[in-house]
Design a protein around this ligand. Sequence first.
Ligand code: ACO
Length: 321
Amino acid sequence: MKFARIAGTGSCLPGSPVSNEDLVARGIQTSDQWIVERTGIRTRHLAHEGLRTSDLAHEASQKALASAGIEPNEIDLVVVATSTPDCVFPSTAALLQSKLGITNGAAAFDIQAVCSGFIYGLAVAEKFIRSGSHRRALVVGAEIFSRILDWSDRGTCVLFGDGAGAVVLEASDEPGIIASALHADGRHHEILCVPGGVALGQVTGDPFLRMDGQAVFKFAVKVLGDVVHEVLQQSGLTTAGVDWLIPHQANIRILQATAKRLELPMERVVVTVDRHGNTSAASIPLALDLAVRDGRIAKGQRVVLEGVGGGFTWGAVLLQF
Ligand code: ACO
């Protein structure tokens, strides 16, 4: 066993698409034109009140397990990347493990790296598998960001959506993950954050997402370009050797600027931000599942996944599908 490779993918989008016009109808002082021109977002999905993050993770995971042809109890590691867990504790991963009926004592924990969380989770799970301690991991990105949005702040509430994506990662002699890089720079924690917390029976501080959009934009474009070069260098490849780029889906202009910096045509970039909005840790596995299921990503192709998010955190994974 030399590699950890993706054996199956799945995803979940709650309810029907909510259009920009729907947001206007709900009283948000915005327009379809403003949102499309600045972000490329046309629709997003919003979870109804009764749903929890572990429910979305559960549906995505069931589909990933089915596509891998694996029973839940063959999983020995459950990693959930989320910034919107069901509760303070236990972890959403432990709740997911229970919902899936995994009773074999598989390790389960959450990863908190905001929109880079799935990349962090994938890189961590790969290291568990390559070390020989675990054989099959379920790695999930799941979010209900609509619960941490200030719906009176039109500068942020139009940008995000809810959803989940999952992969089964397993030990293999065939190439899978080839290279990965993870980074953080906590000095920039204030440009994208939910500053509040829970203490003494109360929410303390501001419980909503706050963002300096222009600072985030500049930071994201720089680090997304750099980190792709880093994983390519590790593996002796150039962008010519990459079939698909799946960036975190924050904003079409960030995706276009990153593709331009990498000299990659947009035809080789998987774009879902127009339909999903920004689903934070879920955005990359959602886009991956979509492109696998519609036949764009085929076995043997090389794919770079890359994320950037609050912290600030960023990272990339280069893999052969
Ligand atoms: N509808 C209509 N008008 C709006 C809206 C809205 N939804 N939001 C803001 N405006 C107005 C502002 O009030 C302002 O009006 P004014 O000039 O009269 O004061 C005007 O539009 C410009 O506002 P800015 O905030 O300067 O708009 P900007 O051009 O920076 O675009 C945006 C904002 C889209 C957020 C941009 O900064 C951006 O793309 N940033 C990247 C951040 C991002 O994508 N974050 C996602 C999460 S981060 C991540 O996932 C890594």
